[in-house]
Design a protein around this ligand. Structure first.
Ligand code: ATP
Length: 232
């Protein structure tokens, strides 16, 4: 059984259809990356998994169980946790307090403040600092750490590398194998195609609300990806 399954999922913003008959499966223990141009529907897909949007038709299964009408907090309880777009953290709280908030619907699992600080040592000297003063990369590490504190089986990440320096992006991506080893599956939306192709087990390229191309990175050529990305 797949960890996450989309079955003919159609999502609308009022009259505007953003996702068309979306079908895909994410297997436990993999990094599944979604790429595609602005407006292709990637964030909409993630919001639908998190529970912020409800499909008008079709359904979403998590570990075989339909979740499309489950409220967001329940999804967190069964193991779906999001790193929000724009790496939102609570600015007036300290780094440590931000992490503790992530554990408010605590599930049993490997992630504690200690293991998060091990994963992102850059956060250790900042633990008593207000999150407002952190750099973009530090905020991203904190946002990921906070999401992990819920001990998710599936973590959703939107635009992980947006606006970050290459060295910082590398640090974030270097943490991914540790997540997988700890039993966390990763569903990531990414603009940085080159980078994500080196880590993902599976890539789906979105175009105008549909998946135009899907497969293992090693099976896809640059020409195919470019064609799917731009819809040529
Ligand atoms: P980006 O990288 O720009 O976030 P994306 O692939 O994540 O792109 P979405 O944000 O999912 O794309 O947007 C898909 C479509 O839905 C776009 O046409 C967008 O304009 C539209 N859309 C997104 N949010 C809303 C909203 N709140 N109300 C109406 N339309 C929306």
């Amino acid at each position: 059984m797949s960890l996450l399954e989309f079955e003919n999922v159609n999502v609308y913003y009022e009259d505007f259809q953003a996702l068309y008959d979306l079908n895909f499966k994410v297997e436990e223990g993999e990094i599944f990356a979604c790429i595609g141009a602005n407006g292709a529907g990637k964030s909409t897909m993630l919001k639908t998994v998190a529970g912020a949007l409800v499909p008008r038709r079709g359904r979403i299964l998590f570990d075989g169980q339909p979740i499309d009408h489950m409220p967001t907090y329940k999804r967190v309880e069964i193991g779906i946790s999001s790193v929000p777009e724009g790496r939102r953290v609570f600015p007036s709280l300290t780094v440590h307090e931000n992490l503790l908030i992530g554990a408010y619907r605590n599930r049993k699992g490997p992630w504690t403040t200690d293991t998060i600080y091990e994963l992102f040592p850059l956060l250790v000297p900042l633990r008593k600092r207000q999150a407002a003063g952190l750099s973009g990369g530090e905020q991203q590490a904190l946002a990921i750490g906070r999401a992990l504190m819920a001990n998710p089986r599936l973590i959703l990440m939107d635009e992980v590398s947006l606006g970050l320096a290459p060295v910082v992006i590398k640090r974030i991506y270097d943490a991914f194998p540790t997540l997988l080893n700890n039993g966390t599956t990763i569903l990531v939306v990414e603009q940085d195609v080159q980078h994500v192709m080196t880590v993902a087990g599976h890539v789906a390229c979105f175009l105008e609300g549909r998946i135009k191309l899907e497969g293992r990175p090693s099976e896809l050529t640059n020409e195919q990806i470019t064609a799917a990305y731009f819809g040529v």
